[in-house]
Design a protein around this ligand. Structure first.
Ligand code: ZN
Ligand code: ZN
Length: 745
């Protein structure tokens, strides 16, 4: 294997925060199992596959015992074959057997359908059934296909409510494949967990008990995720036996321009310099940015640094490319016509664009699983280079100082809560529409569903159980990516396209009039927020400012559920109600975050129930910090930095988390810090914070102690979503408090 490590002279300078090499690893293989259908073995042999990795053999064996399986091995480790083998085997053995494959996006389903077709196993009749499938094809697919690929939305509103059309399919349903299972977390995951429970129930009604085969990126809690998603236990297969080439990992921190303010050089500028440097040395490189605009800027700046012949071998790659366009980019990369590609995170999900030498992630993509997937594109042929260029965000800067936290620890867990009533109620209604719900359904839908049934309007109790008394199909009212049925539609006024949904709780702070709204990496300006029609009209926006809402927040403790003595204080987890009122917004310059304008807003307050973790520091932990406003500023800074690091423990975005700190809270009568789930009802984020409190606080203290700024900066205590616009923040007071807490543990 040739090693082309000619990047050494690029990786020099103080910006190099950490450099390591992950060694190459030999494959561990096993022969084809004896009981594998000959047709499957022959199809694999035609593709040059003559043996399995041991984790594929383990998954096959576990599936053969009849239970559920979750495979959680690295990028490009052959997870697909691990779940395809038992399925193809079963389809070949009995022509009546059926399998259902779920993908989070249409593009991924198309890729999988193509690769299944490429295998050419006799007897496998695969078809995609999604929103794009023409009506006249649908009936044919239901009758003919024995392997149907779809997405959770289609299953939710198109398949389950019309199960009478799928009776034969459900009766013969043997396998349900859930690929990219880690994507099903948070609100989306909580909904999908209910969709899968409804599927299990209907399959049982038609006489089938399908096995679930899940595949996930590496996460801390694969078994727990499988159980949360399906309601059943699963065997975890995690011993990755795929070969790996040697890989150099570099963490890169843009130079500090102003130590006092914590101001750093732009990550985009560094990215374009590195991209140009690597491509100029003939290395095939992909660069991931968090927004389309950033990807375009990196592309432009890198081109400017290169001669025109080399610059012509760079290309941007966008979300929304057709399969043909994607294959064209892939072909040009494989043939060496293209050397560098800049992309938004849209590429991250398992879509194969070939083998590259280097992968650069510009800004931490939010989860270690995502970062590993981006890096997984580097060095599939030989020695590869994987890089993270830090943004000024607190988590990015924390990783630059504590690389082991990024590279060694398995702390991120994919969490969800299918029993959140705000999520569950719609599915109880949908289930009752599909078939009367009675006590026996607790086994599949979960006991919580039966507890909620009497509380769901439009359900009526009859001798057959709870039945739907409404007129329409309730599933259509339940969006899978929101916890509120009265979410606002975000509509592009220039095209009429619906871009997405904003939950009411968040609509006022994210799509108020004048807000800059980011969707799939593109910027839009909100023209109008219609409170009656629940609609935000937006238009594409190319300006160089962003907006930050100023809001007043109050919390009321509704019910403490768990109270424990932890870190020398009383730590609580429970239900709270949060009332927010957005009162103004600021326009801020993209270049340096300076305030351009403050605009008042007149919006009503909103209240929602959610879950929170909160604590009341003991007097000795606050000693010397008691004076106002130091007390408030210390608590506020502690709250911000805690929120910044919680995504390290619970796989979520800081935008999914809210917080409130006060020197005197009505319900506790004392200084209190709240960190709450930003989604109505809660999806498990605050609960995870409660469970992991000691580690979470210790990491946060370390973050504050290590930040080189003097008095607080965007990399430690400032938050891009602070409702108080980052006023009243005291870094050293927060560090004192968190250190005292940590020492008390
Ligand atoms: Zn700082
Ligand atoms: Zn704040």
């Amino acid at each position: 294997m040739t090693s082309v490590a000619t990047w050494e002279d690029v990786l020099v300078g103080d910006e190099l925060a950490y450099l390591t090499t992950e060694p190459a690893r030999e494959a561990r293989t096993a022969p084809f199992p004896d009981d594998l259908q000959p047709a499957v073995g022959e199809a694999l042999a035609r593709r040059g596959i003559h043996e399995l990795y041991t984790h594929q053999a383990a998954a096959y064996a576990a599936a053969g015992e009849g239970g559920n399986v979750i495979v959680t091995t690295g990028t490009a480790s052959g997870k697909t074959l691990a779940f395809n083998l038992p399925v193809l085997d079963a389809l070949g053995a009995d022509r009546h057997t059926r399998a259902l494959y779920l993908y989070p996006t249409k593009a991924l389903a198309q890729d999988q359908a193509r690769s299944l077709g490429g295998l050419g196993v006799a007897g496998v009749r695969a078809a995609i059934y999604d929103g794009d499938t023409p009506t006249e094809r649908r009936r044919q697919i239901r009758g003919w296909a024995n392997l149907v690929l779809t997405n959770p939305d289609m299953l939710h509103i198109g398949v389950l409510p019309r199960h009478d059309l799928w009776g034969d399919f459900l009766h013969n349903l043997r396998f349900v494949v859930v690929d990219e299972a880690h994507v099903y977390r948070g609100v989306f995951g909580s909904h999908v967990a209910n969709v899968l429970r409804r599927l299990r129930r209907l399959a049982r009604i038609y006489g089938a008990e399908p096995q679930f085969l899940l595949a996930s990126a590496t996460i801390a809690n694969a078994g727990e995720l499988a159980r949360a998603l399906t309601g059943e236990e699963a065997t975890v297969v995690e011993d990755d036996a795929a070969p790996r080439a040697e890989r150099t990992v570099a963490l890169w921190n843009p130079p500090l321009l102003d130590a006092e303010l914590g101001l750093r050089a732009s990550a985009l500028g560094e990215a374009s310099r590195l991209l140009a440097g690597l491509v100029g040395r003939g290395l095939r490189t992909i660069c991931f940015a968090k927004s389309r605009k950033s990807a375009e800027l990196i592309h432009r700046f890198a081109s400017d640094r290169l001669d025109s012949a080399t610059a012509a071998r760079l290309a941007p790659y966008r979300a929304g490319y057709t399969p043909q366009q994607r294959r064209e980019v892939e072909r040009r990369l494989v043939e060496g016509e293209l050397l560098g590609v800049t992309s938004t995170d849209a590429l991250e999900l398992g879509i194969d664009i070939g083998d590259l030498d280097c992968a650069i992630s510009v800004g931490f993509p939010g989860t270690i699983a995502s970062l590993r997937q981006q890096w997984g594109r580097a060095g599939r042929r030989g020695h590869g280079l994987a890089m993270l260029i830090a943004s000024e965000d607190a988590l990015d800067q924390y990783f630059m100082r504590e690389p082991q936290a990024l590279l060694d620890r398995q702390v991120e867990a994919a969490i969800l809560d299918h029993a959140n009533p705000r999520v569950l109620d719609g599915h109880v209604a949908a289930a009752a529409f599909e078939a009367p719900v009675d006590d026996g359904d607790a086994a599949t839908l979960g006991p919580e569903a039966l507890e909620r049934a009497p509380l769901v309007p439009e359900l009526r109790h009859t001798q057959r159980g709870w039945v739907w008394a409404g007129k329409d199909a309730p599933a259509a009212r339940v969006p899978l990516r929101s916890t509120s049925p009265d979410a606002f539609l975000v509509v592009d006024a220039s095209s009429g396209d619906v871009l997405g949904l904003a939950e009411r709780e968040r609509a006022y702070s994210t799509v108020h009039e004048g807000a800059v709204y980011l969707h799939l990496g593109r910027q839009y300006l909100v023209r109008e927020l219609d409170l009656q029609a629940r609609r935000a009209l937006v238009e594409p926006f190319d300006g160089d400012w962003y907006t930050q809402a100023k809001k007043e927040t109050q919390t009321a403790i509704e019910e403490p559920l768990r109270v424990e003595r932890r870190l020398g204080l009383e730590l609580s987890f429970g239900r709270v109600s949060v009332t927010e009122q957005v009162v103004a917004y600021q326009k801020k310059a993209a270049a340096d975050g300076s305030t351009l304008d403050t605009v008042p807003l007149d919006l009503p307050p909103t209240t929602f129930d959610t879950e929170a973790v909160w604590f009341v520091p003991r007097p000795h932990q606050l000693e010397g910090l008691e004076a106002m406003p130091l007390l408030l500023s210390s608590l506020h800074a502690a709250e911000h930095s805690l929120i910044a690091l919680l995504p390290l423990w619970a796989m979520c975005d800081r935008w999914d988390i809210g917080g409130l700190s006060t020197n005197l809270h009505n319900d506790t009568g004392a200084p209190t810090v709240f960190v709450y789930d930003g989604h109505a009802g809660g999806v498990g984020i605050a609960a995870r914070g409660f469970d992991q409190f000691e580690g979470w606080v210790a990491d946060t203290a370390e973050l504050l102690a290590g930040c080189p700024c003097e008095r607080g900066c965007p990399s430690c205590v400032q938050s891009p979503k602070c409702g108080n616009l980052n006023e009243f923040l005291d870094k050293s007071g927060a560090l004192t408090l968190l250190t005292r807490m940590s020492n008390a543990g």
